[in-house]
Design a protein around this ligand. Structure first.
Ligand code: G3H
Ligand code: 13P
Ligand code: ZN
Length: 311
């Protein structure tokens, strides 16, 4: 099967009350772990590449790894640019085979965000690709951006109709209290999401696919393994799974997961290296790392996203 856009996936996910997992990929073991899990569970998936991933692994390597995965498994897979920040970056990914791009204009003014997003949408649609936009700002740390809690802001529901209508964007990422990274809430703070904002967005944009960034649960099992094997991830905390399930049953059609993949992979490597201090063959420690990625993604598909048997 060739790469697909997210159009059909989101339509079915919206109607079926489930969500598609958008998993960040940076190397071969991550691509393999994710796609092996998805293939076994017959789940559509989105593989997404950040600017940092593209810099680390190079565009062609990542595209070819995803193409190789498509040769191994007969699945609907979309290849998506995560957090594109310029028209040029989005264009380069579309020209280079991506079927979907995010233009993250959330740090611009409303008008500038509209102008930039519209320009990307026009180019993408003329070339068979789809576009995700963003309104509101998530807190947290990405490779290139570090947004403090003070600078983060919830999406304003009264802006969404105008933004979607004027840009023609295919899906919209909103900020309802999730954040990037492994420290999503302060120590002692009760995890909470603004489902009232999601409800209001859903009311204003009927049947329109919403995207949730910063949606890792920071799976305690992997945090514990890391901490027991020389790591130090005190106070790491993510989004409770029941909240993600609730969002998936609502208008959220795409749930972004990166930190959980990083934790799963690191747990596999740390556990192996601590048990085998003399090991120096990367295949030995990357095998359990890849197995952890597969285990994590299977869990997400079955227990959080509900996208199994939807391919
Ligand atoms: O939301 C951002 C993703 O987790 C990608 O992170 O920019 O460090 O690759 P990165
Ligand atoms: P996490 O840091 O919660 O995994 O979020 C990833 C993300 O939103 C990628 O765009
Ligand atoms: Zn994100």
């Amino acid at each position: 099967m060739a790469l697909v856009t997210t159009t059909e996936m989101f339509k079915k996910a919206y109607e079926g009350g489930y969500a598609i997992g958008a998993f960040n990929v940076n190397n071969m073991e991550i691509v393999q772990g994710i796609t092996e899990a998805a293939a076994e569970l017959k789940s559509p998936i989105i593989l997404q590449v950040s600017a940092g991933a593209r810099k680390y692994a190079k565009h062609n390597y990542l595209v070819k790894l995803v193409e190789a995965a498509l040769m191994e498994c007969d699945l609907p897979i979309a290849l998506h640019l995560d957090h594109g920040d310029t028209f040029e970056l989005c264009k380069s990914c579309i020209d280079g085979g991506f079927t979907s791009v995010m233009i993250d204009g959330s740090h611009h003014s409303f008008e500038d965000n509209i102008e930039l997003t519209k320009k990307v949408v026009e180019y993408a649609h003329a070339h068979g690709a789809v576009v995700e936009g963003e309104l509101g700002r998530l807190a947290g740390i990405e490779d290139a951006v570090n947004v403090s809690a003070e600078d983060a802001s919830y999406t304003r529901p009264d802006e969404v109709e105008e933004f979607v209508t004027r840009t023609g964007v295919d899906s919209l990422a909103i900020a309802i209290g999730t954040s990037h990274g492994a420290y999503k809430f302060k120590p002692g703070q009760k995890p909470q999401l603004r489902f009232d904002i999601l409800e209001e967005v859903e009311r204003r944009l009927p049947k329109y696919p919403i995207v949730l960034h910063g949606a890792s649960s920071v799976v305690p099992e992997f945090v514990d393994i890391i901490n027991k094997n020389g790591g130090s991830l005190d106070n790491a905390i993510g989004i409770p799974e029941e909240m993600l399930r609730k969002a998936a049953a609502m208008a959220v059609c795409k749930i972004n997961i990166d930190s959980d993949l990083r934790l799963a992979m690191t747990a596999g490597i740390r556990e192996y290296m601590f048990a085998n201090p003399g090991a120096f063959d990367p295949r030995q420690y990357l095998t359990p790392a890849r197995a952890n990625i597969k285990k994590l993604v299977s869990h997400k598909i079955l227990e959080v996203l509900g996208s199994n048997d939807k391919a």
